[in-house]
Write a protein that binds this ligand. Sequence first.
Ligand code: NAP
Length: 260
Amino acid sequence: MNLGIEGKWALVCASSKGLGKGCAAALVAEGVNVVVTARGAEALEATAAELRKLGRGEVRAVAGDITTEAGRLAALAACPQVDILVNNAGGPPPGDFRQWDRDAWIKAIDANMLTPIELIKATVDAMAGRGYGRVVNITSSSVKAPIDVLGLSNGARSGLTGFVAGLARTGLAARGVTINGLLPGVFDTDRVRSMGAATAAREGKSIDEVIEGRARAIPAKRLGSAAEFGAICAFLCSVHAAYINGQNVLADGGAYPGTY
Ligand code: NAP
C-alpha cells in the first residue's frame, strides 16, 4: 500500500532508539523527510546514518532535550514545515508515589504532557492551513489500564490524553489534521530491558528470564518490535488514516483484558 506521504516533513521526537526510531524508520521508508532528535548526539548521528541508508527521505538530526524550550525550538527550526509530528520522550521512572516529590511530578508532566502540548501548539495551525496534518502521540497502555509502579506515567499521560481528546474534536479535524495516541504495551527496547535488569537484580533472575516472564503474560507470547510499532505509526500518518481521529490505538499483543 502506498501511504501517500512521500515528500512530507516529519518531526519525530526522541528517536535515536526504540519506538521513536521505529517510527522514524517507517516514515523514511515511505519517502518522508524526517527530523530525528535525542539528547545523546553520538547515538543520534548513528541512527541518522542508518536511516539515510534507506535511501528515501532526507534525514536531519538535532541533538537536544525535547522537554526544554531550547530543545523544541532547535528541532522545529530544522524542519522546513511539520506535516507529521510524532511526540515522544523518555518515560518516567517506576516507584511508589510516597517517594515522589513535586519535582518528580513536574518532570513527568513536562516530558509526557506539556512537551507534546507545546509541540502541538507550535505546529497544528500551520498543518490546518495546508490542509494536511498528522499528530501521533506515543503514550502507553497505562492510559487504558494503569501500571501500578508507573504512577507518574499513568498520571501525566492521562493528562495529555484528556487534553488531546478535546483538541482532536475541534475545527482542526475538518481541515485535514488528525491527532491520535499510539499506546505501546511491552516492546523490546532499551527502556524495557533496563527496567527488566532492575527487576532481575531485585528478584535474583537473569534479564532474559524476566523478559520471558513478561512475554508469557501477553496473549501474543512475545514482546512487540519497534519496526511493527513504526509501521502502525506510519499508517496513522498516511492519507488512508484521515478518518481515524481522536483515538487511542493500543498495540499490545492482546494484553489489555477488556472487550472494548
Ligand atoms: P528507549 O528505548 O529508552 O528510547 C528512548 C529514546 O528517547 C532514545 O532515543 C532517547 O535518547 C530519547 N530521549 C529520551 N528522553 C529524551 C529527551 N528528554 N529529549 C530527547 N530525546 C529523548 O525508550 P522506548 O522504549 O522507545 O520508549 C519510548 C517512550 O514510550 C517512553 O516514554 C516510554 O515510557 C514509552 N513506552 C514504552 C513502552 C515499551 O514497551 N518500550 C511501553 C509503554 C510506554 P537520549 O537518551 O539520548 O535522549
